[in-house]
Ligand binder design. Structure first.
Ligand SMILES: [Mn+2]
Length: 309
């Protein structure tokens, strides 16, 4: 058995984990937390999805494991700072308090090793400022293909009913354009506020889109999410910032011998490819060892949980 390399960072930021929802990639996050260490770990909101838990209780072991892992890091000397988001806003009642060593703050400030002052906040406070629909950001390419097929079917039906041609793809393209406008409007609003408050940059989450970009001397960093893209923002010892896209461990379905039809091994691979992402290669041994006990939620990503920012 080979030793798993553990990467040490000065700082790690994660957000939008949405524990308590089926979309949450808890085992991938657990794997990431096992193989990384940091002086400081920022939880930038929407870690636990209080909205979902209010409705229907969904709390598998892996979700518990994530919480336990974070608490263990805290005990072992990692400074853990929790900045609640809109889905775990219940924690905003406990601001300035301490839970098992985890500091809870409404928003905070971080100074990088090279002296950049970064404003740390979840980002939902800009929802009022930004007037586009965030869920439209997640209309993916494959959905577009499905839409084109559906469009053909729809229009042959419309033709039979004597109706004119209606382009679903045009409609969706417009929606995607709006989503892109939403993201840039969000980023602009956040950066404008950071500049007003004399920060050098900002780290937020909320819109489930990892990014590092600098506009007119203001750094915009978004640590992404653990529902779809499995991304974290990290700071190296020299103060440089990067987005890490984590390759989740293979998820092997247990085969049911009763049936004739053997189900294939399901391997989840992340679709995300962030230009700034650091590729993380994993060995076959690691993958096998990290097979989670539960398998169901990992391969059934519900779009509904993906799209809520
Ligand atoms: Mn949010």
């Amino acid at each position: 058995m080979s030793e798993h390399p553990t990467t040490h960072y000065r700082t790690i930021w994660i957000s939008d984990v949405h524990l308590g929802t089926k979309g949450c990639q808890a085992s991938a996050l657990l794997d990431f937390l096992k193989h990384t260490e940091s002086d400081t770990l920022y939880l930038v909101g929407d870690i636990i999805d209080g909205w979902q838990l209010k409705g229907k209780w969904f709390w598998p072991q892996s979700h518990n494991d994530v919480i336990q892992k974070i608490l263990r890091k805290c005990r072992q000397g990692t400074r853990v700072v929790f900045v609640p988001g809109n889905h775990d806003s219940f924690a905003r009642h406990y601001v300035q308090q301490n839970f098992g060593g985890i500091e809870v703050v409404e928003e905070t400030e971080h100074t990088t090793a090279d002296g950049k002052r970064l404003w740390i906040l979840h980002g939902d406070r800009f929802d009022g400022v930004v007037q586009f629909a965030p869920w439209l950001a997640y209309v993916g390419d494959h959905l577009y293909t499905v839409a084109l097929t559906f469009n053909m079917w729809l229009n042959s039906a419309r033709a039979r009913m004597g109706l004119g041609y209606w382009s679903l793809s045009q409609y969706l393209k417009q929606k995607v354009k709006n989503a892109v406008s939403y993201i840039s409007a969000f980023e602009d609003a956040v950066m404008q506020e950071a500049r007003k408050n004399n920060y050098d940059g900002v780290v937020c989450g909320h819109i489930h889109k990892a990014e590092i970009r600098e506009v007119d001397g203001i750094l915009y960093c978004n640590d992404g999410d653990w529902v779809e893209s499995m991304t974290a923002l990290v700071e190296h010892a020299d103060g440089s910032l990067h987005i890490v896209t984590w390759t989740p461990p293979a998820v092997v379905r247990e085969k049911k011998p009763k049936r004739n039809r053997l189900r294939d091994t399901v391997v989840t691979t992340p679709a995300a490819s962030t230009p700034l992402a650091e590729p993380v290669s994993r060995t076959a041994t690691e993958r096998e060892e990290n097979v989670p006990a539960h398998t169901d939620e990992s391969d059934k990503q519900e779009p509904s949980s993906v799209i809520q920012a």
